[in-house]
Design a protein around this ligand. Structure first.
Ligand SMILES: [Zn+2]
Length: 424
């Protein structure tokens, strides 16, 4: 556990605020080029401005039912979620945006007062121009899409919210490129602070790039014992990206063991967003068919291992044409799709797939299945023809027609009896 830096605490709007003494380094730095009075004004405005920014975050958290706490430290401030909070990407997006939003509002109010009033008091004039610079300037820099600043976090949460999955490499690239540009600019301006800002972006972007999780296999190659191993690893690391990956793996291990409640616990304790595959699998254990479809149907969302689940969901919702379209696009699904459609009583649609599979593969089994569909559709002549085709194509399992309930309507026809070698 780390020692807390010396400081003092107070509470505002029911939100605890802690100010570390190191925070006052920031205003003290102003003494380099201001007198004590000017530095004091600067100090007060930095304090108020950072507080307003953090309260933007904090009040947005409260509105989302998280209990926030604020800390002001040597490099500014941050607003912390309670340890148990798992904000969704949409929540993080707006909560992060609320900080610079509050700062910009304060800055624009100061700008309006500066513009539309006249003051002869030099202290007030200085305070107003400081307020504009600190709030407008800072908010804009803070909104650049670079980690760990708010703009980077907004990009991170916003892309997750928009697409339902993490985009670590996009965020990493944006931070590295932005950071490098700022470092270059800082050199030309000889600005230490700006250089530090850019270097942070480069560093965090580089880390994020390397930590970007690999796409998860649907069935992780982990055995039972490794659940404990994963939990140990989770406890041992504080790296957010790594924790997200471990949490996802833990959920998969539990899902595979049939421990659905445990899988759900792993997901709710997880930082970041679970993969679409995992979300869909969990929705399926809830019988939330609509959610499965919502997650997996968008182009490119379903992986090869997710598609059978999407297919089943479409058939449950009686979206047979979409199921057929999916099976035509991914022919490895066609055989199981025709079976599932048949079991769902969608004989016409099942027939459609059996026929196209027979034409595609030339296998007699599909002709046999066509015959079953045709019997259910009452097209008995066609069913007989299909059975003959199955024999012509060399279907080895033709003998099951002797007992197959689906073929009962045509079994006693002489052509079929002849086909089956039962003729006398
Ligand atoms: Zn912020």
């Amino acid at each position: 556990m780390n020692e807390r830096a010396p400081g003092f605490e107070f509470s505002l709007f029911g939100i605890p605020v802690r100010v570390e003494l190191w925070f006052f380094i920031l205003p003290l730095l102003a003494l380099q080029n201001r007198d004590v009075r000017g530095a004091l004004i600067w100090g007060v405005l930095v304090f108020v401005s950072i507080l307003v920014h953090e309260f933007g975050h904090a009040l947005a958290m409260k509105a989302n039912h998280f209990a926030p706490s604020i800390t002001l430290h040597a490099l500014g401030g941050f607003t912390r979620y309670p340890d148990t909070a798992r904000p969704t990407p949409k929540q993080s997006f707006f909560i992060t945006l609320a900080g610079p939003g509050a700062g910009l509002t304060l800055g624009l109010i100061a700008l309006a007062i500066e513009r539309f009033t006249t003051t002869t008091n030099p202290d007030i004039a200085l305070a107003l121009s400081d307020a504009v610079w600190i709030n407008v300037g800072w908010s804009i820099v803070n909104l650049l899409p670079i980690l760990p600043w708010d703009g980077g976090l907004i990009l991170d949460a916003g892309t997750q919210w928009a697409t339902g999955r993490r985009h670590d490499r996009v965020v990493a690239l944006s931070s590295m490129i932005g950071g490098a540009l700022i470092v270059a600019f800082a050199f030309s301006q000889r600005s230490m602070l700006l250089g530090y800002f850019g270097a942070m972006g480069l560093f965090q972007g580089y880390n994020r790039w390397n930590a970007a999780p690999q796409p998860m296999p649907a069935m992780p190659l982990r055995t039972d014992d490794e659940e404990k191993q994963l939990q140990l690893e989770l406890m041992a690391t504080s790296d957010v990206v790594k924790r997200a990956r471990l949490g996802e793996q833990l959920a998969w291990v539990r899902l595979r063991k049939g421990d659905f409640a445990g899988a759900r616990r792993a997901v709710s304790a997880m930082e970041g967003v679970p993969s679409v595959s995992l979300q869909a699998r969990l929705a399926a254990t809830d019988n939330d068919v609509d959610k499965v479809i919502r997650l997996l149907e968008p182009a490119g969302a379903a992986t090869e291992t997710d598609r059978p689940l999407l297919l089943s969901a479409l058939i449950v919702k009686e979206r047979y044409d979409d199921a057929i379209a999916l099976a035509r696009k991914h022919v490895d699904l066609a055989a199981s799709a025709s079976t599932k459609l048949f079991e769902a009583g969608a004989y016409a649609q099942s027939l459609e797939l059996c026929t196209s599979e027979r034409l595609r593969t030339g296998q007699g089994v599909h002709a046999y299945n066509e015959a079953c569909c045709l019997c259910h559709l009452g097209r008995l002549e066609d069913a007989v023809t299909a059975l003959q085709k199955a024999k012509t194509l060399g279907f080895a399992g033709l003998a099951q027609a002797k007992t197959d309930e689906d073929l009962a309507p045509v079994r006693n026809r002489p052509e079929v009896q002849a086909l089956l070698g039962l003729a006398n």
